[in-house]
Write a protein that binds this ligand. Structure first.
Ligand code: FMN
Length: 190
């Protein structure tokens, strides 16, 4: 069933890439992914997100350094240690990152659902265009210290918007595998 369905195949083949080459996806491809992002549904169609395609290598490097410094300063070192054990990179050399800032909603927290859906649409559109991706929640640590306003400004966040999540994009140094889906998490009630 559905073996030839492109959308379901993209979902099944997406995986988190943690090692990118320097190759930048073309602007055509990045535009297609960004345009897929803004087709995302949102509660009451509020669309209280933005889709910021970042290709600036220096900015990505600065955000990475700041994020790692902020992670290192946390009393709980578990996330920092995890990153260090994976090679000390928060953004895994990704040449491009789509940052999704969000604004608070009523009811509070609903914006997180909205931005999660945008992130997944980006990841799936990327997969379908043979671009690797990683949804990156730890990007929040780039904005957790003194450089928050600087980065908000450099990324042109509108007034009242804060970092939601980011998706790293590029091409994997070596191909990876999607996680094994756990079918025991599904049941039908009839
Ligand atoms: C909301 C969210 C945030 C995530 N943040 C990070 C992150 O900051 N760094 C990272 O390496 N992986 C991150 N991931 C990737 C997950 O670790 C990954 O999706 C999970 O291990 C399953 O692997 P798969 O994506 O290859 O199927 C995030 C995933 C989600 C959905």
């Amino acid at each position: 069933m559905n073996k030839n369905n492109e959308t379901i195949n993209a979902m099944a083949s997406r995986y988190s890439c943690r090692s990118f080459t320097d190759q930048m996806p073309s602007d055509d491809i990045l535009n297609a992914i960004a345009q897929a992002a803004v087709t995302a549904p949102s509660g009451m169609n509020r669309q209280q997100w933005r889709v910021v395609v970042v290709k600036n290598k220096q900015l990505i490097a600065d955000m990475e350094t700041e994020g790692i410094n902020n992670l290192a300063a946390l009393p709980d070192k578990s996330s920092y240690k995890r990153i260090m054990s994976r090679g000390g990179r928060l953004f895994y050399n990704a040449p491009c990152m789509i940052v999704i800032p969000i604004a608070p909603t009523v009811p509070p927290g609903a914006e997180l659902f909205d931005c999660g859906i945008v992130a997944e649409q980006i990841a799936l559109a990327a997969t379908s265009l043979d671009v690797n991706s990683l949804i990156c929640g730890l990007v929040c640590f780039s904005f957790a210290g003194n450089r928050r306003k600087e980065f908000n400004d450099k990324l042109s966040f509108p007034e009242g918007y804060e970092i939601g999540i980011a998706v790293l994009l590029g091409y994997a140094t070596e191909s990876g595998k999607p996680h094994e889906p756990d079918l025991s998490k599904i049941w039908f009630v009839e």
